[in-house]
Design a protein around this ligand. Structure first.
Ligand SMILES: NC(=O)c1ccc[n+]([C@@H]2O[C@H](COP(=O)([O-])OP(=O)(O)OC[C@H]3O[C@@H](n4cnc5c(N)ncnc54)[C@H](OP(=O)(O)O)[C@@H]3O)[C@@H](O)[C@H]2O)c1
Length: 266
């Protein structure tokens, strides 16, 4: 039986196989990496098959997932030139941030059809979000195969490739951790102890967003409900906006988008 094969057994592969196991995903999973100790750990923790030989890994794949850092993708794909693609995958999905389909297509087999996916590390608990995009020549059933695969790990969003870098810079859970850490630090500076500061900040961010998702109310309605004119929340938000809150967030996003493009050119 053909497998889903991961080329690269690092952080995101570990999160994906953990989430797949949690979701009781049964079809075979194979991981290839140049570090035997990483393969041993993945095998031990998640009962995946492991492969030290690239050609053997590629030949087992019905879905091949490229999960190495962007600057390593070109070398890895060069190494696959001697693999038996005819017996192997027709469908290849790259997770590499910033590397466009056109560049991926210029490497690897001409028989392969390419897609890109951008999964969140929250896939580890099967509550993630994954953006996917495909070359035009990828058949509907192949797109469905990829959407269904990532669907085991949370929500899936198919978006145009032109939006991929902006999505990548926006969807990262690091925003949540960063906002939590920043708000909690300010709360500590205002006098709360660390535990109370983190508890209050986590409720503000996660509790508020959970309520937005569950209540069916619009963001405008919730903002009106939470920020009574003349009250504490309204004054806090207005001061943050005057200090350049939106400008700072936009600057961060653009820097992230540029970094994705720089990494892809390396
Ligand atoms: N981490 C995330 O949350 C996340 C989320 C979405 C997408 N992504 C994308 O996923 C990709 C992987 O990210 P990651 O964080 O999982 O990276 P990582 O932890 O560095 O894992 C990549 C693994 O692949 C190995 N590798 C690289 N080139 C290889 C080769 N030619 N042959 C065999 N093994 C090779 C690396 O070994 P060495 O350490 O020796 O190089 C490393 O063990 C990136 O392109 C990233 O943009 C990551």
């Amino acid at each position: 039986m053909k497998a889903t094969v991961f080329l690269g057994g690092g952080r995101i592969t570990s999160a994906l196989v953990a989430g797949l196991r949690l979701a009781k995903y049964k079809p075979p999973l194979v991981v290839y990496d140049r570090h035997p100790e990483k393969l041993r750990r993945l095998k031990r923790e998640f009962n995946v098959s492991t492969e030290h030989d690239l050609a053997r890994a590629v030949s087992q794949a019905c879905l091949l997932i490229v999960a190495v850092r962007p600057q390593d993708v070109a070398n890895l794909l060069d190494d696959t030139a001697n693999c038996d693609w005819a017996a192997g995958p027709r469908l290849v999905v790259s997770l590499a941030a910033g590397i466009p389909l056109q560049k991926l297509r210029s490497k690897g087999s001409s028989a392969a059809r390419w897609g890109r996916a951008m999964p969140s590390p929250v896939c580890r608990i099967a509550r993630g979000l994954t953006a996917v995009t495909f070359e035009e020549n990828v058949a509907m059933r192949q797109r469905k195969q990829v959407r269904d695969f990532f669907g085991h790990l949370g929500s899936v969003l198919e978006i145009p490739e032109a939006h991929f870098d902006a999505f990548t810079a926006t969807f990262s859970p690091s925003h949540g951790y960063h906002a939590l850490a920043t708000l909690a630090r300010s709360a500590q500076a205002a006098g709360l102890d660390r535990k109370a500061a983190l508890t209050a900040a986590a409720h503000a961010i996660a509790g508020g967003i959970f309520y937005w998702q569950e209540s069916g109310q619009t963001l405008d309605e919730l903002l009106r409900e939470a920020a009574t004119p003349g009250g504490t929340a309204a004054a806090t938000m207005a001061a943050m906006n005057r200090a350049g809150y939106e400008r700072v967030v936009a600057k961060g996003l653009w820097t992230g988008i540029k970094q994705a493009r720089i990494n892809a050119r390396r």
